[in-house]
Ligand binder design. Structure first.
Ligand SMILES: [Zn+2]
Length: 551
């Protein structure tokens, strides 16, 4: 009797274990091409609202492009916080390791108070090979990034560079150029310096700046970087189509180029500014920004179906703003029609950001008519006073828009008082994000996947032959290990630090954040980037450099 009880306990225990691993369990067939699409900071409510907005305004079908492919959720979090930041969340997708706010594709430092799982102090700051880098390095696939923010911003940086501080754009941009991406389309002209542009052009990469026509006419016969605006793009609803191509056009152009490689490609497309719109608590910008991304999803899916050997993955990196259809002030909600919910917001012709821009240039007596013309709203005397007394400056930090009393936050409060959408915060939120996958054989991850399990799926579907850890130890070995017994100096006098290794007359100069070294005045081109962490005064570089040095 006892034996049976014990057996059944064991049985139940095993069952529990199996349930605990409820993700994709079947073998995943890799596909030649993988398109990873990240609508940044997109909570569940965004998809629902964007879909209704599309229906109400008869903008297309009653389904989103992503709708047929929902398969599960992703638990997305930092190594030391349940609410994620863009830098560590996509890092986790790309590397298979959790990290901290600000970290770009590196192993985190120890946070004794908050670490959710044990963190190994010996590995802290270690750059980690990303899925994109592995696809290029080991499988000779083409790689690309398409974004609507500055190209070294957190999410694209996570795919193609390494550092502990997402704000160091010069360090991230240099690595992205050095990483020899085949296609980069997006924003951030300011961060592609003349030197970096020369580096691209020396490799035969076409550089297009602020020229929509040039990208539209691009024949995909060479690699390309196409950038628009100094920092981020305008929201899609405020975009001038003559000057800036849409995200879906950019995605199409990227695919045209990348699909020329017979080994296939890995492309990351980011709907970067759903996140900005959510930070700003701006419902019309949230919905239209998502829909612009959704049209890019359609482009990717159409290609994938025609191609037959392409997987498209759509997943956000974290929630943002607690955006909901419905809020405290929206009484009798179950008896209110579509028009009550979407009527007013559908009158908004511009984002709150754009409206602020217009008002900042206007005289006080023009405020009423400008608001009326762009939103259909008649503002009250009291609202006019509030708007006019808002701090008359442009908020520099988009993260703080909804927490500060400036014109744009007064505006979003005013607009939101007319609409039935709810927000709980102007920051990120910690709920799971939705996951959608189109795979030609239906090998999709189901149920709840942690961000680390999701990384495993990406590695499988890309078809990596070796674990990322093995590539990391090959591409990013500590210089103190690689050049053991040799004379090593770190020169920090220039724009980027240099490691100088010497033995007798032999000398190797290794600049940080580049992919080229000098050995006795001969140039040596590397397949991966060299990273320097000033925090531990360590260069992380390819192991084979020692063999080259000793030759
Ligand atoms: Zn994000």
């Amino acid at each position: 009797m006892r034996k049976i009880a014990l057996l059944s306990i064991l049985f139940v225990f095993c069952g529990q274990l199996m349930i605990a691993q409820n993700q994709y369990r079947k073998k995943v067939k890799s596909t030649k091409n993988v398109i990873l699409m990240i609508p940044d900071g997109t909570s569940v409510g965004v998809y629902s609202a964007a879909r209704w907005y599309q229906i109400y305004n008869e903008l297309g079908s009653d389904r989103l492009a992503v709708d047929p492919y929902w398969c599960g959720t992703v638990k997305t979090y930092n190594s030391n916080a349940p609410i994620g930041d863009s830098a560590p969340t996509t890092s986790a997708y790309m590397t298979g390791y959790l990290s901290q706010a600000g970290n770009v594709a590196i192993y985190p430092e120890v946070d004794n108070v908050h670490d959710i799982h044990p963190v190994d102090a010996n590995k802290s700051l270690q750059p980690l090979t990303t899925v994109l880098e592995a696809a290029k390095y080991d499988l000779k696939k083409s790689t690309g990034l398409v974004v609507t923010v500055q190209f070294p911003h957190a999410t694209p940086a996570d795919c193609s560079s390494h550092y502990y501080d997402r704000g160091k754009y010069n360090i991230l941009a240099s690595q992205q150029v050095a990483n020899k991406l085949d296609v980069v389309i997006g924003s951030g002209n300011q961060y592609l310096t003349e030197d970096l542009q020369k580096e691209l052009e020396a490799r035969g990469t076409r550089v297009i700046r602020d020229d929509a026509k040039a990208l539209r006419e691009f024949d995909a016969n060479q690699n390309v970087w196409a950038l628009y605006e100094k920092t981020n793009l305008p929201f899609d609803m405020d975009r001038d189509d003559n000057k800036i191509p849409s995200l879906s056009e950019m995605t199409g152009k990227a695919i045209d180029r990348l699909s020329k490689n017979e080994n296939g490609f890995f492309l990351m497309v980011e709907g970067s500014q759903v996140d900005y719109a959510a930070h700003a608590n701006d419902p019309i910008a949230i919905m239209t920004e998502y829909l612009a991304f959704d049209r890019a999803v359609q482009v990717a899916i159409d290609f994938a179906k025609k191609d037959g050997n392409t997987t498209v993955v759509v997943v956000s990196d974290h929630g943002n703003s607690g955006f909901t259809i419905g809020e405290y002030g929206f009484k009798n909600y179950a008896r209110r029609g579509l028009n009550d919910v979407f009527g007013t917001v559908s009158q908004f012709k511009v984002s709150a950001r754009k409206l602020e821009e217009l008002l900042l240039k206007a005289k006080p007596e023009e405020f009423r008519s400008i608001v009326k013309e762009n939103t259909g709203i008649e503002i009250t005397e009291e609202e006019l006073t509030t708007l006019l007394s808002s701090k008359d400056y442009k908020e520099g930090d988009y993260m703080n828009v909804s927490n500060s009393v400036n014109l744009s936050s007064s505006l979003s409060k005013m607009l939101n008082s007319r609409t039935p959408f709810g927000f709980t915060t102007g920051g990120h939120t910690g709920e799971d994000v939705l996951l959608a996958v189109y795979h030609p054989n239906g090998d999709v991850p189901m149920g709840m996947n942690t961000n680390i399990e999701f990384n495993k799926y990406l590695c499988d579907v890309v078809g990596l032959k070796r674990p990322l850890d093995e590539l990391t130890s090959e591409m990013f070995a500590k210089h103190t290990d690689v050049f053991q017994g040799l004379d090593c100096d770190i020169d920090v006098s220039g724009e980027y630090p240099k490691l100088i290794v010497k033995k007798g007359k032999k000398q190797m100069i290794i600049p940080a954040f580049k992919s080229a070294v000098q050995l006795n005045k001969k140039n040596l081109d590397l397949k991966s980037v060299v990273v320097y962490m000033d925090k531990n005064k360590t260069f992380y570089l390819p192991k084979f450099l020692r063999v080259e040095f000793d030759k």
